[in-house]
Design a protein around this ligand. Structure first.
Ligand SMILES: [Zn+2]
Length: 908
């Protein structure tokens, strides 16, 4: 029975909508309604009619949630015209009109919404819950329309429908409270009014206290109450009284999306201000980003911790807080108020180099956009790396970091970087030195106005949240990987902006290989520091004669490249070239059609329809590649990553998500990596089969017992629903990690530990850190990854990272003697360096089976020897690299600030 339900596309779509995967939901709906071949529900009979009706309702709902109100309205109106006036259809239609009102401010939308709710209110013929839902909405909309008689009338009817005694359901209680609130709002007599407000407050409190788990709903209830009070100009004591019940929400942000618009539209530079000055590209240099709507704060008192200097915070959202103080000048800039209705109506401030408030808007908008990409690809909410502190006794404490700080004017130098210590992005500004005709001589270049630089730095921070150990250079690839990944994200962002993409397709006649802005990073910055062009170009570069040439793959380049950005660039090109060949595969048929089979375009401009289609294919391929690249982070070993490991992660992630590789993404990736000499260490035959991470032998790897304790209660719970706050998710992750740790220490058999790259027995080499007589192990995280599969299903994995550490010594004989000694070293004793090992496990939570164990064995002498050689190698003797790897030679910069060192002026 359950199986049937699961396969029902309607259920899948409902589930996807719940998880805010609207586009995927639309895909499922579309496929399912295909069999009705354009028929309307009223032309069908029986179960078909019901099925199609529901599909269209779901489609309308998904469109509405996506913010595409026209699409939603069109479908719902269609249904109503066909005579479907059921509560669901009318309810959805009324809600769409209401959303439109909050976007347009047009009272006509509000009236339509209210009238629709009102007309579908029929307590005699409806279930009490349904009637209460439409009734209370009709009442609330009437308040906003300033129609007290209607408002009071519906409010009373709702109360009557629900009746008394009041059920203990949160929603019904909250609805009663809202109906009472409406009455209180219109009570004139001041004594009676006081009593009424007290009663309302008590009702809300009862509802909230009775269902503490419904935090998300508390948020929307509170928002609705505020809207009603705002409409009636209620403030001060009365509003505080009501707010009391919702006080718990001010510490942790509720998800208020139910009542809020879906997106906040904000203007940004598509590339950077310099692009805007070039006539050629002016038309595409401004973009509007649709940033997920959140209740932004800007006022001082709402901020949990004061900024270092003054209180110049804003915008402050769920993930980010902008702090606009400039330490060099001692200046602090007034924060922008993005909630200002004038700014909302104008999609934020217009791009401007001279307006610090626009700078704040730009870092916020681009930052949120990058976060959205990560969340969509990974199937969970993004978390920053925790703040780790040690007390005097050496106990490690982890602190939740809710917001990353963005400092748009932090440095007076040609630099920008992510600071893992401050949990902040620091952007610099500097006068352009270049003798470049495209730049204003001596003009100021702001790194916070470069779309690419913001995306690059955000990616460092997001990666650090997933893999904090990737900031530890243990081989030549680790830091290079960090840089390459940040560039990959920044590059593929370019393809998510349709206007820019169409422009470039037209300009290059669909052939990106002739050189395109889309393949270049940080144009203005590159020119300003005296380069001939962009800071980095993924496809080509200018030669000595200032002629742009496509880069030729060189399988030996990797061996020669040491500096992290130089090495990273090779990985970036490998991924980008794979993208180009996928794009070619995807567009071959289009070009054949457009050229009557020859495949060769006639000279001159190409047809706008072809531009459109090519751009669409490029956007799709780019999005796929970007998401594969992000998703692959869940398939990386937790430490000591190499480019080869990443290739295996990419292939495995893609095999999992898309079993049927129609456009040969995987082959394209493999070939492109191969051409640049990127091979995984122990794999010589580069086929998909050999690159996919090995699955462990099944019989031994059933971990279902860690999901339940002896009394059958779940221990490690795969809890991922986004109704919780990020703090709750983080906490849950820590609880799960503790449960997993318990399993490792008490029940994990030695041979299982060995196969997953760990050693937990008391006979361990003495370079291990011990707790009592057993080596320590650290469960870094237990994350949940969800993916929609090709067939429309949903797949869930638990991703667990486990690590161990040993003391490493530059002198290998010293290592031997420490390892062989019988004494356990005390905690304070450190070696010359830390040697870490461990694994990333992907576990199927329903069966408890380990699907992959991606490990770097802690006992590997080879790896230990390699890390030692790397750290002592004279190749790395040049000063800046030593500084990068060891943190010496840069006074005042703590060792942990590797990105500050990596991003030395002019490098990024
Ligand atoms: Zn970087």
């Amino acid at each position: 029975m359950d199986g049937n339900k699961k396969d029902d596309p309607k259920k899948i779509a409902e589930e996807l909508i719940k998880r805010e995967e609207y586009v995927e939901a639309l895909g499922v709906i579309n496929k399912a309604s295909g069999k009705y071949k354009g028929k309307k529900p009223n032309e069908l009979k029986g179960s078909d009619r019901k099925d199609l009706l529901r599909l269209i309702q779901l489609e309308a709902n998904a469109y509405a949630r996506l913010g595409q109100l026209d699409g939603s309205e069109e479908r719902l109106k269609g249904l109503i015209d066909q005579g479907f006036k059921d509560a669901e259809t009318l309810g959805l239609y009324a809600r769409t009109c209401k959303d439109r009102y909050f976007r347009s401010g047009d009272p006509a939308d509000l009236t339509t919404s209210r009238d629709t709710y009102a007309s579908s209110f029929s307590p005699e013929h409806q279930k009490a819950n349904d009637a209460a839902y439409v009734g209370i909405n009709a009442a609330a909309m009437s308040v906003l329309l300033n129609e007290p008689t209607m408002a009071l009338d519906f409010g009373r009817k709702v109360k009557k429908t629900i009746g008394s005694p009041i059920s203990d359901e949160y929603w019904l209680l909250a609805t009663i409270a809202e109906a009472e609130l409406i009455e209180a709002l219109y009570t004139e007599d001041s004594e009676k009014r006081k009593v009424a407000f007290k009663r309302v407050a008590a009702l809300y409190k009862m509802a909230v206290d009775g269902s503490p788990e419904e935090r998300g709903s508390h948020g929307s209830t509170w928002l609705q109450a505020r809207r009603l009070m705002r409409a009636m100009r209620i403030s001060g004591e009365e509003s505080e009284l009501i707010g009391h019940a919702f006080r718990h929400l001010t510490d942790v942000a509720p998800s208020e999306r139910v009542w809020e618009p879906q997106y906040r539209r904000l203007r940004v530079y598509a590339f950077d201000p310099n692009f805007a000055r070039q006539m050629e590209t002016a038309e595409v240099n401004e973009l509007i980003l649709q940033v997920t709507w959140e209740d932004l704060e800007g006022e001082k008192e709402k901020v949990s911790k004061p900024a270092e200097r003054g209180d110049y915070l804003g915008p402050v959202g769920e993930y980010l807080e902008v702090v606009d103080v400039d330490p060099a000048s001692g200046c602090a800039y007034e924060p922008i108020n993005l909630n200002d209705p004038k700014l909302i109506a104008k999609d934020g401030k217009a791009p401007s180099v001279g307006d610090p408030q626009f700078h704040q808007q730009m870092v916020y908008a681009v930052g949120m956009n990058v976060i959205a990409h990560f969340e969509r690809a990974l199937g969970r909410r993004a978390l920053w790396s925790s703040r780790i502190s040690r007390d005097d006794e050496g106990n490690v404490d982890e602190e939740f970091v809710r917001r990353l700080r963005l400092y748009p004017h932090a440095l007076r130098e040609a630099n920008a970087y992510y600071s893992p210590l401050k949990k902040a992005l620091l952007f610099g500004y500097f006068p352009a030195e270049a003798n470049d005709q495209l730049l204003i001589p001596g003009g100021t270049v702001f790194t916070c106005l470069s779309h690419d630089i913001i995306a690059h730095e955000m990616s460092h921070a997001l990666m650090d949240g997933l893999h904090p150990r990737f900031a530890e250079p243990t081989n030549r690839d680790v830091l290079s990987f960090h840089e390459a990944f940040a560039d990959i994200v920044a590059l593929f962002q370019h393809f998510s902006h349709p206007e820019v993409l169409r422009y470039e397709v037209a300009r290059t006649r669909g052939k990106f290989t002739v050189g395109t802005y889309l393949g270049q990073l940080a144009q203005e910055f590159g020119r300003a520091i005296g380069r001939r062009g962009a800071l980095r170009d993924a496809i080509g570069e200018k030669d000595d004669d200032n002629q742009w040439q496509r880069k030729k793959p060189d399988p030996d380049a990797l061996v020669a490249a040491h500096e992290p950005h130089d090495r990273g660039a090779i990985l970036v090109v490998a991924v980008f070239d794979a993208f180009l060949s996928i794009y070619e595969t995807r567009t071959k048929d289009l070009l054949r059609i457009a050229t009557q089979g020859s495949g060769i375009l006639k000279p001159g401009e190409i047809h706008p329809d072809l531009v459109e289609r090519l751009a669409r294919e490029a956007a799709k391929a780019a999005k796929h590649i970007l998401h594969i690249c992000i998703r692959a982070l869940d398939y990386c070993p937790p430490v000591d990553i190499t480019f080869g490991d990443y290739l295996r992660a990419l292939i495995t992630a893609d095999v999992d998500a898309v079993p049927n590789d129609r456009y040969h993404y995987r082959l394209a990736l493999i070939e492109s990596f191969q051409r640049r000499g990127i091979y995984p260490e122990d794999v010589r035959n580069l086929s998909v089969e050999s690159l996919v991470w090995r699955k462990p032998r099944e019989s031994r790897y059933n971990l279902s017992d860690i999901f339940t304790n002896s009394s059958g209660m779940p221990v490690v719970t795969p809890e991922w629903r986004s109704t919780g706050t990020r703090f709750e998710l983080w906490n849950k992750m820590r609880e799960n990690a503790a449960a997993m740790h318990g399993w490792l220490m008490t029940r994990c058999p030695a041979e299982v530990a060995d196969e997953i790259g760990l050693h937990l027995d008391s006979d361990a080499p003495r370079s291990f850190y011990f707790n009592g007589n057993r080596p320590t192990a650290e469960v870094h995280s237990v994350r949940v990854a969800q993916r929609t599969t090709q067939d429309g299903g949903v797949h869930t994995d638990l991703v667990v990272e486990i690590m161990q550490r040993r003391r490493g010594y530059f002198d290998s004989s010293r290592q031997k003697s420490v390892d062989g000694s019988s004494d356990i070293l005390s905690e304070e004793h450190d070696g010359d360096f830390k040697f870490r090992g461990g694994c990333t496990l992907l576990i199927d939570p329903s069966s408890g089976r380990i699907r992959y164990a991606i490990n770097k064995h802690i006992l590997s002498d080879n790896r230990l020897g390699r890390q030692r050689a790397f750290l002592t190698d004279s190749d790395h003797g040049d000063r800046s690299l030593r500084a990068t790897y060891f943190g010496d030679g840069m006074p005042g910069v703590p060792e942990k600030e590797r990105f500050a060192l990596l991003h030395q002026p002019g490098v990024l």
